[in-house]
Design a protein around this ligand. Structure first.
Ligand code: IVH
Length: 673
């Protein structure tokens, strides 16, 4: 009797779950609900009641378990199974045709190339891992290699199945890595901003920021209330041999895949689809900022490989930026971390490409002069995607004579030192080494994402730390105590603990990040990495002379000079000393240090054709790791061409020029030497 009852309960629970899953699918994925919201609520209520009576039968994939897991204090980092690539942008038919030419040049003339064309959803990329059909992990893109674990939040997105829809009897994949875009529908965005305005909270600039902010919530209940959506657009592990087949598979597994994708064979068909999409994109319920063109065959994708983070087998066509007219209410000056005074226009807020714009950069004094921008002017501004809004031109016909020309101040607005403009430079600079702006901006840079990546330490916190005299330079951050942090506004016990933990955790950053964080002029993230890998330690870098530095590829005399003069300042030497005492890394791990005696060090290499065992990206990364430069076309400057099967015109060219050609085997033997 007991057993029978148990079976009946289980089967009733499973039946209800399947019914609810089906209705969620109809509503959130297909957009064609068959029952009313009230009927749906009745079903979930029934299921909740049953599960409350029989908690032993609750499973993680139950529709009642979307919100769970409680509030967490931070996001853990997770390594992606394979990198989440980015996309190169094109803006015209000509550039699309260049893309086509680049693709075709890798294959024989008779090779059939098919393209899949999809709308580019304006949200943020996520990878969803399904093991045996169950959603086990979701992560943001992060830097493409390592992302943040947002599983609890992603589970609340109802167009994402917690369990793949697999037909009875059909095989369930062991492992599936679904990639797609989390986005916020326009109505949800407007509703959210209206609510925030009511509560006096800062509004989100656009649906993409709102989606990102909603996904990075420590409390999944907040995410659940934000009506996020998800479009699946690719498969990592578990992909089919053709991208179009992968999209069809995703649809079958219950994902929402854009209904507007198409497979074509020519760029003129691609162009036609772009024009069609441009006409209808404003009517969609969500923002799209372009169209993505991908090569259908995965084998061809592998042959093409990637340059850095951009695949050579896909490209994003971006719609031209929209423009708007507004007025310049004021022109203000911001002092950056290198002391440069940058003017910015304070604008009458205006809607543009889905965001509200109230500031535009004016770059420098010359830019303002050249465009003759005056306070009070009507101006045309534009904005493309992530790019900072810019003033395109002044509507001079609307001038009434009251407009005020802008005069660059002769004193720093922060410290009142005389500013200077060196001959031949556009920048006006404050060279007071004690200017408060330098310290503040330097600290903001030090903690920023690509540098020490200290979470919870935004400009507002830094400003307070400085104002209260708690921090003067980066080393002071590592001496902060909880009692001190609790003096800050809006800093509770929990945030203080989190911040201290984040500061402590930042000590694990590698030397290249620390070097970048120091904020040496002209030493960006890429240069910092080159220097860290080339010298291996701060001691060796400090000892390097101008000549040695500027002989390194990508390091010009300007950078070399800046590095040498940085270490000549006692204040900087002292900072490095203190940071090192705090336990920061000033040495690169042995495996990351470049051997300048390696055969491929500093050599320019081109990879072409299909290699027997390595895919192209892996091979290129191996070359980069030993200090080679990877190029995409063969010229007199090429040192080696690594050629595989069906190598085309590049191999011919290499032979013509007498460039050394290596097989994969020869390449592997040399690279591992
Ligand atoms: S494919 C190598 N397809 O655009 C493939 N991306 O600008 C990389 N995006 O990081 C992604 N819609 O977040 C792809 N249909 C689509 C997309 C799409 C939006 C986003 C994605 C990516 C970014 C690159």
């Amino acid at each position: 009797m007991e057993a029978l009852n148990k079976e009946m309960v289980i089967s009733e629970i499973e039946k209800l779950r399947n019914e609810i899953r089906h209705h969620e699918y109809l509503y959130y994925v297909l957009d064609t609900p068959k029952i009313t919201d009230a009927e749906y609520d009745v079903l979930t209520l029934k299921l909740r009641e049953l599960e409350a009576c029989y908690p032993e039968f609750i499973t993680n994939d139950s529709p009642t378990r979307r919100v769970g897991g409680g509030v967490s204090s931070s996001f853990t980092e997770v390594q992606h199974l394979s990198p989440l690539l980015s996309l190169g942008n094109v803006f015209s038919l000509r550039e699309l045709e260049d893309f086509e030419r680049r693709v075709h040049s890798e294959f024989t003339p008779e090779t059939l190339i098919e393209y899949v064309v999809e709308p580019k959803i304006d949200g943020l990329a996520c990878s969803l891992i399904y093991e045996k059909g169950q959603l086990v992990r979701a992560a943001t893109r992060g830097d493409g290699v390592v992302g943040e674990d947002v599983t609890h939040n992603v589970r609340t997105i109802k167009s994402i199945p917690l369990k793949l829809r697999v037909a009875p009897g059909a095989e369930i994949p062991e492992l599936l890595d679904v990639r797609g875009e989390v986005y916020m529908p326009r109505v949800a965005f407007m509703r959210l901003n209206a609510e925030r305005a009511d509560k006096g909270e800062a509004e989100f600039a656009n649906p993409r920021n709102a989606a990102a902010g909603s996904l990075r919530q420590l409390n999944p209940e907040v995410t659940a209330a934000r009506s996020l959506g998800f479009f699946a657009y690719a498969v990592g592990t578990g992909a089919k041999p053709y991208h179009a087949e992968s999209l069809a598979m995703l649809t079958a597994y219950g994902f929402r895949v854009s209904e507007n994708w198409q497979k074509v064979q020519t760029i003129s068909e691609v162009w036609h689809l772009i024009e069609l999409h441009d006409k209808k994109r404003r009517e969609l319920a969500y923002d799209t900022d372009g169209v993505v063109v991908k090569i259908n065959s995965v084998e061809q994708q592998k042959t093409l490989g990637a340059t850095g983070k951009d695949p050579r087998w896909a490209v994003a066509f971006k719609f031209p930026p929209e423009q708007a007219e507004t007025t310049v209410k004021d022109i203000i000056i911001q002092v950056g971390r290198t002391g440069v005074l940058t003017p910015a226009a304070v604008l009458e807020p205006v809607r543009l490409s889905g965001s509200t714009i109230s500031r535009a950069t004016l770059h420098n004094e010359d830019f303002i002069k050249e465009k003759d921008i005056r306070i009070g002017d009507h101006v045309i501004i534009n904005k493309a995607g992530e790019i900072i809004p810019e003033v395109i031109r002044v509507v001079t016909e609307k001038r009434n004579g009251q407009e005020q020309p802008f005069i660059m101040p002769s004193q720093c607005p922060e410290c009142e030192w005389e500013v200077e403009r060196k001959p031949g430079e556009v920048a006006v600079r404050c060279s007071n080494p004690h200017c408060p702006a330098l310290g503040r901006e330097g600290l903001i840079h030090f903690v920023s994402r690509d540098a020490m990546n200290i979470d919870g330490c935004g400009p507002a916190v830094i400003n307070q730390l400085i104002a209260k005299g708690l921090v003067k330079d980066p080393a002071d951050l590592y001496m902060l105590t909880k009692v001190e942090l609790l003096q800050l506004e809006r800093m509770g016990e929990k945030s203080a603990d989190n911040l201290l933990a984040a500061i402590e955790e930042s000590k694990s950053r590698t030397f290249d990040k620390v070097l970048f964080a120091l904020g040496i002029r002209h030493v960006g993230a890429k240069v910092a990495r080159i220097l860290a890998r080339r010298f291996g330690s701060i001691a060796k870098l400090k000892a390097a002379q101008m000549e040695e530095l500027s002989s390194i590829d990508d390091i010009g005399p300007k950078i070399a000079e800046s590095v040498v003069s940085y270490f000549a300042v006692p204040l900087h030497e002292d900072l490095v000393q203190r940071l090192s005492e705090m336990g920061l890394n000033f040495m690169m791990p042995e495996t990351e240090i470049i051997d300048i005696n390696h055969v491929f060090y500093g050599k320019t290499m081109v990879f072409t054709g299909t290699l027997p065992t390595l895919d192209r990206t892996t091979a290129q990364n191996m070359a980069l790791a030993v200090g080679a430069k990877v190029a995409s076309s063969v010229s007199k400057k090429t040192d080696y061409v690594v050629a595989g099967r069906e190598a085309g015109s590049k191999l011919v060219k290499a032979e013509e020029l007498g460039v050394k050609v290596l097989s994969e085997q020869e390449f592997l033997a040399l690279v591992q030497e």
